[in-house]
Design a binder for this molecule. Structure first.
Ligand SMILES: [Fe+2]
Length: 399
């Protein structure tokens, strides 16, 4: 190879690499390129589908397809190729009504909690559109919490949110603290009494290696937005830093939101990392790169976001920032109950009003003592001199 050709190849490689970094960005820790957006189109032997706010979960046998919604505005356009097609759709608001575009007489729906079983008979080669509508103009109540792990504490948080009357739960990430918790949490999300929309946490992104493909496969994209009850909910990925800050799917979403203009009176972001660590001035537990902080903060101001909902630091607190209020809602493991030897942990509740307002309040988590069982407690209990007290409270089962 002559020197000129080698230089040309090298220049081409540098340019290509530069474009890739510019478009998709690098993620760290664990250096890697941001993945492409999730597929919204499938062309199977038994059906052609176009999805909106849904992911494909499985297609294990002909005529049977499983989907999961990642917003209350999910819809699917499809053309069956056989005379019978079964579609299961998980994570749908229990009170939402199915609206069918096409020959509705061929579509039947069975409702079981957050799951819809759809059967289309005699519709081969016809076009259908299925979408679920929440009753308009009724106030919306939703719950917010993060840092639950995937064990008994997550079970409790899901039950508590439902008992408090929430229509859905915004999970702020970190459901994966130990072996088996990823699968455990996914199963619990799929079987919850209300839909769960999840922001990815650092432990769900990178834990003994890059584990986020499971998130995209079973839960949804790492960034998305939806509007309901006069409120735009923006799910932003802060699980690992972006280089450059504006790259990747998050950057693309923010760009679209900036172009889209004002969608209504209320806008919130649900994400994992805080801007301010409410436990003190710790730079390791916040959106930490200076360029990323200023770009994100400036973007939120331009979009008109009023609320930043986050977890990660296992505390509950309202903090007024320059352009928005940070709501730290990270007591999903309820460790504060153990530290204080009395129930103090809280869950954040959002409530929209008929006049277009959005208010937040704190509800006691009231986690029963026997559900404080995360393996992550051990080190903290030792640090806080509470190991013996905990052992008497929740004895380790004998093997
Ligand atoms: Fe975290």
């Amino acid at each position: 190879m002559d020197i000129r050709r080698r230089h040309l190849l090298l220049a081409g490689g540098v340019l290509g690499g530069g474009l890739l970094v510019h478009e998709r960005g690098l993620r760290f820790p664990r250096l890697g390129f941001e993945p492409s957006p999730l597929d919204t189109y499938r062309n199977y032997l038994d059906a052609e589908l176009r999805l909106r706010d849904l992911i494909f979960i499985s297609h294990e046998q002909r005529g049977k397809i499983a989907l999961r919604a990642f917003s209350p505005n999910a819809s699917v356009r499809l053309t069956p190729r056989d005379d019978e097609l079964h579609l299961s759709v998980n994570n749908v608001l229990p009170g939402a009504t199915l609206v069918v575009g096409g020959d509705a007489g061929k579509v039947t729906e069975q409702i079981a909690g957050i799951s819809r079983q759809i059967t289309i008979r005699g519709g081969a080669r016809q076009k259908f559109e299925l979408q679920w509508h929440r009753p308009a103009s009724t106030p919306l109540k939703f719950a917010v919490i993060g840092d639950t792990g995937g064990g008994a504490e997550l079970t409790w948080c899901l039950q508590r949110a439902h008992a408090l009357g929430a229509e859905f739960l915004l999970h702020l990430g970190d459901f994966n603290y130990g072996p088996g918790e990823y699968d455990e949490a996914v199963t619990k999300f799929h079987q919850a009494a209300m839909p769960v929309y999840v922001a990815i946490g650092n432990h769900d992104f990178n834990d003994h290696g890059l584990v986020y493909p499971a998130f995209r496969q079973h839960i949804g994209p790492l960034n998305n937005s939806f509007s309901i009850a006069g409120t735009r909910f923006i799910n932003l990925d802060t699980a690992a830093s972006f280089l450059p800050a504006y790259a990747g799917n998050r950057g693309q979403l923010i760009k679209q939101l900036k172009r889209a203009g004002n969608p209504g009176p209320n806008q919130l972001v649900f994400s994992h990392m805080p801007f301010i660590d409410v436990r003190g001035d710790d730079k390791d537990h916040v959106v930490s790169r200076t360029a990323e902080r200023s770009w994100l903060s400036d973007s939120l101001r331009k979009i008109g976001v009023q609320h930043w909902l986050c977890g990660h630091v296992h505390r509950s607190k309202e903090t007024r920032m320059d352009h928005f209020t940070q709501w730290t809602a990270g007591e999903g493991l309820g460790y504060e109950d153990l530290r204080n030897k009395t129930p103090t942990a809280q869950m954040l509740i959002g409530l929209t009003s008929e006049t277009g307002g959005l208010e937040f309040s704190w509800a006691p988590l009231e986690m029963p003592w026997h559900m404080h069982t995360s393996p992550t407690h051990a080190a903290k209990l030792k640090r806080d001199g509470l190991s013996q007290w905990y052992q008497e409270l929740i004895p380790t089962p004998s093997k």
